[in-house]
Ligand binder design. Structure first.
Ligand SMILES: CC(C)(COP(=O)(O)OP(=O)(O)OC[C@H]1O[C@@H](n2cnc3c(N)ncnc32)[C@H](O)[C@@H]1OP(=O)(O)O)[C@@H](O)C(=O)NCCC(=O)NCCS
Length: 169
């Protein structure tokens, strides 16, 4: 059985930024700058830090527009990867989105990022389109989408079996 990390999700604030930047630079070749994070934190309160014990294990940055959730950044520290952290964080987002009446989630991912694509597909996302040369190095992006069913209409919800926390947000 997978050694799933025990996590704690809190709103992302500027005090997390130096630890965030360490992860960001370790996992992305086109890492966001501190300024980019600061700008986003200035207008989005839908950004979360995730802790495993005392250590910052990852973060999730989203923007909510009408009933759409746009996932702008998601990363897990290399030392904590493959322990269900991203799945728990995404299930937290899906649960919160449902409770707040959001209907659609969107994200872009590099076509070569098979780990992330597998994560998103496991949560029910599917490819909506390919955005040619979306990244600065010319790589294409997959635009991925998840429609949240209207529970009142009786449509079944879908997760990949990991626990879904009703956490703050
Ligand atoms: C993608 C990423 C966020 C996944 O985080 P994680 O906490 O390791 O993911 P989880 O442990 O919840 O894994 C969930 C599923 O994702 C897929 N997955 C995750 N890492 C994988 C890998 N290295 N190879 C293949 N599949 C992988 C698997 O389907 C996995 O399910 P399984 O472990 O039951 O097989 C992490 O690898 C990361 O930070 N990568 C660099 C940044 C990035 O690519 N962010 C996404 C940008 S769109």
């Amino acid at each position: 059985m997978k050694n799933e990390a025990e996590i704690r999700i809190v709103p992302l604030t500027t005090e997390h930024l130096s630890a965030v930047m360490k992860i960001e630079r370790a996992v992305f070749r086109d890492a966001w700058t501190t300024t980019a994070f600061l700008e986003l934190l200035g207008f989005s309160d839908k950004c979360w830090a995730v802790f495993a014990g005392e250590e910052l294990a990852g973060y999730l940055v989203t923007q909510w527009v009408l009933d759409e959730v746009h996932i702008l950044n998601l990363a897990v520290a290399p030392s904590t990867q493959r322990r269900g952290v991203a799945t728990q964080l995404m299930n937290f987002l899906l649960s919160l989105s449902r409770r707040r009446g959001m209907r659609d989630l969107f994200l872009e991912v590099r076509v070569s990022n098979l780990a992330a694509i597998s994560l998103y597909e496991g949560l029910g996302f599917h490819e909506l389109a390919v955005r040619p040369r979306y990244y600065p190095d010319g790589e294409n992006a997959r635009l991925m989408h998840l429609h949240l069913p209207d529970r009142a209409a009786g449509e079944p919800s879908r997760t990949n079996g990991h626990k879904t926390g009703e956490l703050q947000g």
